[in-house]
Ligand binder design. Structure first.
Ligand code: BES
Ligand code: MN
Ligand code: ZN
Length: 498
């Protein structure tokens, strides 16, 4: 996988060089193996800590260059607060923080996975490793020149010192699959639209076949035959033909209905004839973040051989203005026979999802459907970049997602649906129109989707705010966070694996 650091687990006693990173609890409390490793340095940490008034508070750190008496070139002490309060997600963040302290010129680093009470559990050490791997990701494949002081990172060997390396390695296996899925999603989001057009996206999805995923790609004639005119209308102004990709991972019982994930894959959204203003339009190369998440999730599930049957379906198009482009006022007929009046060609994501949702619902009869889409600017106004908007027809599924969000750190906030909102998309000329006006813009978008899901438990996640980021979190410094892969992996692992 691109940019993956060399990561290993070693026993505490292993001699170390390079950067040494240790965890310290409030009250300057260190673990026994850590104290042993620091013994040759005497009371160095105590002296530096008192000079810097460092006590081990969460988020604080000491960075000691060329620590006297140690073979390390640098000693980093990370404050973690009260160790017993740390949850899985905190260990992931710690791994990210630790990796962030490794200078880009370093070739080696070792992280002591220990708190004052002793070695971290294998699962906890593996969470640290996940954070390391996610923080290490960079998307720099288009940089051909570097300024001085901006040399390419050395990609260091990072070792995690643990009590039981074999057990930590075992715990890491599943998380490594998830990390690879996140990296895949990030690469797809970061990739520019002149490289990642629908056919290329579909080709990249077919690579999942190597992991045992069945991948089916439908081209324009195939979708025409099915009557997917809402999806096709969005792509008709582009030189790049649309695709739908269906990925299936069968790791569960033969008889069991699959869980289904559906992604909006608008490789570039100009707005179409209702063209967007120029400012920040380049961000619209990421309007396929929902589809990227679904693809990365299918990678994760297959790579860790999840005991579940899962379908991932993505509608992949490019929304361009052109002589053949769809116009405001046009009326399209969807795969399930409903008609939609196009008011604004920039409200294209819901048109793509309408057909894909109906396709998945009728073909695969799933236990539930969860769609992800960078659907509305309005959800960014409502929730910022911290929570994705969640809409759904099933309280239990929503509750499970809320919990999975808190556990994974990819959080969701439930928003309302209802007949009053549904009325707002009734049309004078057709069954519905594709926008509901300025008020409640994220809700009326979700109401349109709801008209294509029937009774199946369904959740729509509007990830316009979370799908691309400033890249300032502990575990991500790139523009595309790969948001949702860890959330949905957590949901599946907690509730849907046999
Ligand atoms: N892809 C955009 C939504 C978006 C905006 C995502 C900003 C990420 C950042 C979507 O296709 C769109 O253009 N939505 C319109 C809908 C409107 C025309 C009803 C919007 O939100 O303005
Ligand atoms: Mn749009
Ligand atoms: Zn869009």
């Amino acid at each position: 996988m691109a940019d993956a650091r060399k990561l290993g687990f070693v026993p505490f006693g292993t001699p170390f060089k390079g950067v040494l990173i240790i965890f310290c609890e409030e009250g300057l409390k260190l673990g026994p193996a850590t104290r042993k490793a620091l013994a040759p340095a005497g009371d160095l940490v105590e002296r530096v800590a008192s000079a810097e008034r460092f006590t081990g508070k969460s988020g604080s750190a000491l960075d000691i260059v060329a620590p006297a008496g140690l073979s390390a070139t640098r000693l980093v002490v990370l404050g973690v607060g009260q160790g017993r309060r740390l949850k899985a997600q905190d260990f992931v963040k710690l791994g990210g923080t630790a990796m962030g302290k490794v200078p880009s010129a370093a070739t080696q680093a070792v992280i002591f996975a220990e708190l004052s009470g002793g070695a971290l559990k294998p699962d906890q050490a593996a969470e640290v490793a996940l954070g390391v791997q996610l923080r290490a990701y960079v998307f720099d494949r288009y940089k051909t020149k570097r300024k001085e002081g901006e040399e390419p990172p050395a990609k260091p060997q990072v070792n995690i010192a643990v009590g039981n390396p074999a057990a930590a390695r075992k715990a890491w296996q599943g998380r490594e699959a998830v990390a690879d899925g996140v990296v895949m999603a990030r690469d797809l989001v970061n990739e520019p639209a002149n490289v990642l057009f629908p056919a290329e996206f579909a080709r990249r999805a077919t690579v999942l076949r190597k992991l045992g995923v069945a991948v089916e790609v439908l081209d324009v004639p195939a979708m025409k035959k099915l009557g997917m005119n809402a999806l096709l209308g969005v792509g008709q102004g582009s030189e790049h033909d649309s695709r739908m990709v269906i990925m299936r991972w069968n790791g569960g019982k033969k008889s069991e209905a699959p869980v289904a994930f559906i992604g909006k894959g608008v490789c570039f959204d100009t707005g179409g004839i209702s063209i967007k203003p120029a400012a920040n339009m380049e961000d619209m190369k990421g309007d396929m973040a929902g589809a990227a998440c679904v693809t990365g999730l299918m990678h994760a599930l297959a790579a860790r051989k999840a005991k579940v049957n899962a379908v991932g379906a993505i509608g992949v198009v490019e929304n361009m203005p052109d002589g053949r482009a769809q116009r405001p006022g046009d009326i399209v007929k969807t795969m399930n026979g409903q008609t939609i009046e196009i008011i604004n060609t920039d409200a294209e994501g819901r048109l793509v999802l309408a057909d894909v949702l109906h396709y998945v619902n009728t073909r695969h009869k799933p236990r539930f459907m969860i769609d992800l889409a960078t659907l509305t600017g309005a959800i960014i106004v409502a929730l910022g970049q911290e929570y994705a908007g969640m809409f759904g027809n099933d309280d239990r599924l929503c509750d499970r997602l809320t919990k999975a969000g808190l556990a994974s750190g990819e959080r969701v906030w439930r928003m309302p649906l209802g007949p009053e909102y549904d009325k707002m998309i009734d049309s004078k000329f057709a069954d519905m129109k594709n926008t509901g006006g300025r008020y409640g813009g994220s809700i009326t978008a979700a109401q349109l989707l709801a008209r294509f899901v029937d009774k199946t438990p369904w959740v729509h996640l509007d990830i316009a705010g979370t799908g691309f980021s400033s890249g300032q979190s502990e575990i991500n410094r790139s523009w595309g966070p790969g948001w949702g892969v860890r959330l949905l992996n957590e949901l599946v692992a907690e509730h849907y694996e046999r």
